[in-house]
Design a protein around this ligand. Structure first.
Ligand SMILES: Nc1nc2c(ncn2[C@@H]2O[C@H](COP(=O)(O)OP(=O)(O)OP(=O)(O)O)[C@@H](O)[C@H]2O)c(=O)[nH]1
Ligand SMILES: [Mg+2]
Length: 457
């Protein structure tokens, strides 16, 4: 049974408990403890976390609008997110030189190719260098991966000096926006390895030095992260084999403890099995959505209602992220129709938007996954070459990408009008629509996005 399932069971027993007493809290906390310890989270850390949950769970005054049971669930969830790294630093969008380091078999070579593909999909010209002259098969391994992913590669199996390989590689790949360098591992952390990494980095001058760890190292991640950080100054971590080890939770918690930002996780052997890491998303996924997610939404909205004013709502940015959320929301419950009707806007809403199919929406999601943050926030920058790149990266046609942009622009126009309506008019319309909650619908419309972040991220 994996960490997710165990935590889910713990939360489940809290949900099912008929009476809510001190004993119930203790029982649930024990289950959470067992789950974390079996994922190899350090015992002292687990005890600290349990203490905090217990204290919060039993405090007299509860936040408005939540039952004690809901409050405990929420607190436990938030503590778990924090344990796994909370809102850590995000991976850079446009790194220039990445050096991957780590012990034997942690996944450096595989991850070199995965990262190259990841950044290539996001529009960077990427090259890879095999600076592992220690293990004879390393060159061949990366060469094969580079052919598979169609990514420029440099290596020299005859050269024994890794720094020299890096130097030559940089020259060969000087056109690349990003160069990713794979280095050799060792059985254990030692000075020979440190010397080698330093020599490579002297030539490379990497802006990013990332430590690669296998999830199976569990809490030992702390020791490795500390040692590598002290010796060569790593500024990010990648945890591989999250798919195959029960100890991933321990490795994540250990990294959080050493303030190491986990940028990516490896979730399989294939080149596409690499994900940006976000503690919140990771936890909610391994635990499953269902009740828990509904509860978090509820708490989030309660928090928001206290703060929201229509004025603030109207200041929200309309970008592709917001657009996508609207489409998703409208597919689920159709608030777009209702709001539009009420606002007298129905005629102006693009038919395609009102009749979005699930398939199309999924397609849009795939396309947006191949866009950079800049492109999503400011779709105005999408020119022909970017569109072609996105089409290629997402495996969709150019026409598909253009369709998304077209629909976005149509909605943007509607929004401009919508925003011009003054507050009084909005209030009057809300009153006419009796029982329809204006703030709620505007949320459905994608406003208030900035506020949302505050509570659980
Ligand atoms: N299931 C799974 N396997 C992975 C993942 N990442 C790497 N591997 C496997 O782990 C093994 C070691 O990966 P490598 O990339 O060769 O590791 P390395 O750190 O370069 O190893 P050395 O060069 O010997 O130090 C290979 O069999 C990979 O296929 C992952 O995210 N999931
Ligand atoms: Mg290797």
């Amino acid at each position: 049974m994996g960490l997710g399932e165990k935590l889910r069971n713990a939360m489940e027993s809290l949900r099912k408990a008929t009476a809510f007493e001190k004993g119930t809290v203790k029982e649930v906390v024990k289950e959470i403890q067992r789950a974390l310890i079996s994922a190899d989270v350090e015992v002292a850390v687990v005890l600290e976390l349990s203490k905090r949950i217990e204290k919060e769970a039993l405090k007299e005054k509860l936040p408005k609008g939540l039952t004690r049971r809901e409050h405990v669930l929420k607190v436990a969830y938030e503590e778990l997110v924090k344990l796994l790294g909370g809102k850590g630093k995000e991976a850079p969008e446009k790194p220039k030189r990445i050096l991957l380091v780590g012990l034997y078999g942690m996944g450096k070579t595989t991850t070199t190719a995965k990262l190259a593909k990841y950044y290539m999909k996001r529009g960077l010209g990427v090259g890879m260098i095999c600076a592992d002259s220690y293990r004879p098969a390393a060159y061949e391994q990366l060469l094969q991966l580079s052919e598979k992913a169609k990514i420029p590669f440099y290596g020299n199996p005859k050269e024994k000096n890794a720094a020299k390989i890096a130097e030559k590689g940089l020259k060969e790949l000087k056109k690349a926006d990003l160069v990713i360098v794979d280095s050799a591992g060792r059985d254990a952390f030692n000075q020979e390895l440190v010397k080698e990494i330093k020599a490579i980095d002297k030539v490379l001058k990497a802006d990013e030095k990332w430590l690669v760890l296998g999830a199976d190292v569990g809490q030992l991640a702390k020791k490795q992260a500390t040692a590598f950080h002290k010796a060569v100054g790593v500024n990010g971590v990648i945890i591989t084999r999250m798919d195959g080890s029960a100890k991933g939770g321990g490795a994540l918690a250990a990294c959080a403890e050493t303030d190491s930002s986990v940028y990516f996780i490896g979730t399989g052997e294939k080149l596409d099995d690499l994900e940006l890491f976000d503690a919140d998303r990771f936890l909610s996924r391994i635990m499953g959505y269902g009740d828990l997610q509904a509860l978090l939404e509820k708490a989030k909205e309660l928090g928001e209602e206290q703060e929201l004013s229509p004025e603030e709502l109207l200041k929200g940015e309309f970008n592709l992220d917001v657009f996508y959320k609207q489409l998703e929301a409208s597919r689920k419950m159709g608030p777009l129709n209702k709001v539009a009707e009420m606002m007298g806007l129905k005629m102006q809403l693009p038919k395609e938007v009102l009749e979005m199919t699930e398939e199309k929406l999924d397609g849009f999601k795939v396309i947006m996954d191949s866009m950079t943050r800049e492109e999503k926030e400011n779709p105005g920058v999408l020119n022909k070459s970017r569109i072609l790149r996105i089409a290629k990266g997402s495996g969709k046609s150019e026409a598909n990408v253009r369709e998304l942009i077209k629909q976005f622009k149509q909605m943007q126009r509607v929004f401009k009008k919508f925003r011009k309506l003054d507050e009084k008019k909005l209030e009057k319309m809300a009153a006419k629509g009796k029982g329809l909650d204006l703030a709620g619908m505007m949320k459905g419309f994608g406003f208030g996005k900035k506020k949302k972040k505050k509570h659980f991220k």
